[in-house]
Design a protein around this ligand. Structure first.
Ligand code: MN
Length: 292
């Protein structure tokens, strides 16, 4: 097997607000070589780096809005988020939990800071990722997976230096906790200084490494600081991560769907015709109802 090297280390762009509850750095689709087609099946990655929200009697967030044709995955690192959707899915996620919403044929949903957390406020850190669905699955019924941190399968690193939470796909013999529609690996490496882990993904899978805490070195060569993302090359399979400062690292790798992408706002389909249909369905109220 050949080494998969870092293509380049992406510096976070200036943050912007999504609604009034998420202060994010957008990584996909934006930076060089990180448009939707290049990062297929990952079509959007917003990262709310650590940010202190003041107490608020009225929870901050994003009101009712639609999605169709893909999945939204929210990983909570700090703070608590409440989600509800028109298919009946929903719940609260806190530190280490994951919500995996399959919008598929279309849903309305809303995402807010959890009411009690909002009253005290505090440090908030999240990742929201959009994973595209294969064309054949875009019309399936919506689905919701609530994945508590305790239910996530784990791989223990040598010498008790840390662990890898396997959210989806697999790490060595450990299978991920979420079900996916195409091959997607999603893992959190949580380790202390000196911790080491090796990873192996097929060369053509699109792969990124996001450092949420601490500092790491990839392949004993590239240093990736906090809040930076390493885009890995589409050559070679194997790479190593060495933890330089106690770290939390999100590793994503997915097989490209290699299907056309037609995107507008909250809809991601394969053709312009299907996008027009999505708008029409939304305007006709076919995504159900959800109260603000
Ligand atoms: Mn949304």
């Amino acid at each position: 097997m050949k080494t998969k090297n870092v293509d380049y280390v992406v510096t976070p762009k200036a943050p912007h607000f999504v609604g009034d509850g998420f202060r994010v750095h957008n990584f996909i689709p934006s930076a060089y070589r990180m448009d939707m087609q290049s990062m297929d099946p990952f079509i959007m990655l917003d990262y709310n780096s650590k940010y202190n929200f003041p107490p608020s009697a009225i929870p901050k967030g994003v009101g009712v809005h639609p999605h169709k044709g893909f999945e939204t995955v929210t990983i909570a690192y700090k703070g608590r988020v409440e989600h509800g959707d028109s298919s009946g899915g929903g719940g609260v996620i806190g530190e280490g939990d994951v919500q995996w919403m399959t919008a598929a044929s279309g849903v309305l949903h809303k995402e807010f800071h959890e009411t009690e957390w909002s009253k005290t406020g505090g440090e908030f850190q999240m990742v929201q990722l959009w994973v595209n669905l294969p064309a054949k699955d875009k019309r399936l019924a919506p689905k919701y997976q609530a994945i508590s941190n305790a239910s996530i399968n784990r791989y223990a690193l040598e010498d008790g230096t840390g662990e890898i939470e396997v959210i989806a796909g697999n790490y060595k013999e450990i299978a991920g906790s979420a079900s996916t529609f195409s091959p997607v690996h999603m893992q959190n490496l949580k380790a202390v200084k000196g911790g080491k882990a090796d990873f192996s993904f097929p060369a053509h899978y699109n792969t990124v490494v996001l450092v949420l805490e601490g500092q790491i070195k990839i392949n004993n060569a590239e240093v990736v600081p906090t809040d930076h993302l390493a885009l890995m090359q589409n050559e070679g399979e194997d790479f190593t991560i060495e933890v330089l400062e106690d770290a939390v690292v999100l590793i994503l790798s997915g097989e490209p769907l290699n299907e056309p992408i037609a995107h507008y706002g909250p809809f991601v389909m394969n053709t312009e015709q299907e996008l027009a249909e999505a708008f029409q369905e939304f305007n006709e109220g076919k995504f159900g109802t959800l109260e603000d």
